[in-house]
Design a protein around this ligand. Structure first.
Ligand code: ATR
Length: 268
């Protein structure tokens, strides 16, 4: 019998923390880690996945820039992936490729369970209108959020995204400071360019969350802290989406708090 394999696929993938996270999870059950990283060239996604399957690959986490391709490749699509229009998990079997999306559920798990934020009836500002923002809208709504105020550097993209679900409203980024909100989430990629997302914070904020972690999280976290607002980075979400993926593949739900602490120690 060919041994089963798991991996994360993306480009660039060298710095992915997923192999470390999944090794921590395997350790909890006394299993030997079998989770690698696959660097995939543009245009090679489908054939790389097929080759992985033929060599015993049973599960993949998918990261940038292949989340939409993973969704398109799947023969079976779970509801969270359908709602996001993108997938970060693939389950591979002889004749099926099933896709799912655990990013949004991972965020909600981190916000509600780890950080103790009750999302029910909250009004939340969401910055960004790309794939990262669209992927978390439905899980936030499912968690009971009352309204999501979308702001984006390019207003038209926020307005288009606002059509995708109920309880969404797009406002110009210059008007952000006039919209009272309970929480704010940065799903823009400004931090990866070393910048905050370029808005004045709304009044009433009790918490802020930056989907990025490490250096990319710092500009927005600094803006929040300067304003005296509780600031959280996306490291908890990273661990939670991985735990949900692990559960999909292995039907075991690993403990995440110690893993997140180990991640934090690792990235400094
Ligand atoms: P992802 O899939 O990671 O969301 P994306 O689809 O390229 O990536 O979207 C990036 C998001 O970050 C967009 O909302 C983008 O704003 P525009 O729609 O105006 O391009 C936002 N973004 C990128 N750089 C930014 C910056 N320096 N300031 C503010 N927003 C920025």
């Amino acid at each position: 019998m060919i041994p089963e394999h798991y991996a994360v696929i993306g480009s660039p993938i060298r710095h992915s923390l997923s192999p470390f996270i999944h090794a921590c999870f395997a350790e909890q059950y006394g299993w030997l880690p079998d989770y690698g990283r696959i660097e995939c060239a543009p245009g090679q996604f489908e054939q790389t996945v097929c080759a992985f399957m033929q060599n015993g690959g049973r599960g993949l986490n998918v990261t940038l820039p292949f989340k939409h391709e993973a969704f398109s490749l799947a023969t079976t699509v779970q509801p969270a992936a359908r709602q996001a229009g993108a997938a970060n998990v693939l389950c591979l079997a002889a004749d099926t490729v099933c896709c799912d999306n655990t990013d949004g559920a991972g965020l909600v798990q981190d916000l509600t369970v780890n950080l103790g934020i009750d999302l029910k009836d909250q009004r939340i500002m969401l910055i960004g209108a790309g794939g990262a923002a669209s992927g978390i809208i439905h899980p936030l709504c499912k968690a009971g959020v009352r309204e999501i105020v979308l702001v984006n550097r390019t207003l038209e993209r926020a307005e288009a995204l606002a059509q995708s679900a109920d309880h969404l409203q797009a406002v110009p980024i210059q008007a952000a400071s006039r919209e009272a909100c309970d929480g704010i989430i940065n799903a823009s990629s400004a931090g990866l360019q070393g910048k905050p997302p370029g808005l004045q914070l709304p009044p009433g904020l009790r918490w802020g969350y930056e989907l990025a972690y490490g250096r990319g999280a710092q500009p927005f976290m600094a803006q929040l802290r300067t304003a005296g607002i509780r600031a959280n980075d996306g490291l908890g979400m990273l661990a939670e989406q991985a735990a949900l993926s692990f559960n999909i593949w292995h039907d075991h739900y690993p403990e995440t708090a110690t893993v997140t602490a180990r991640l934090r120690a690792r990235i400094g």
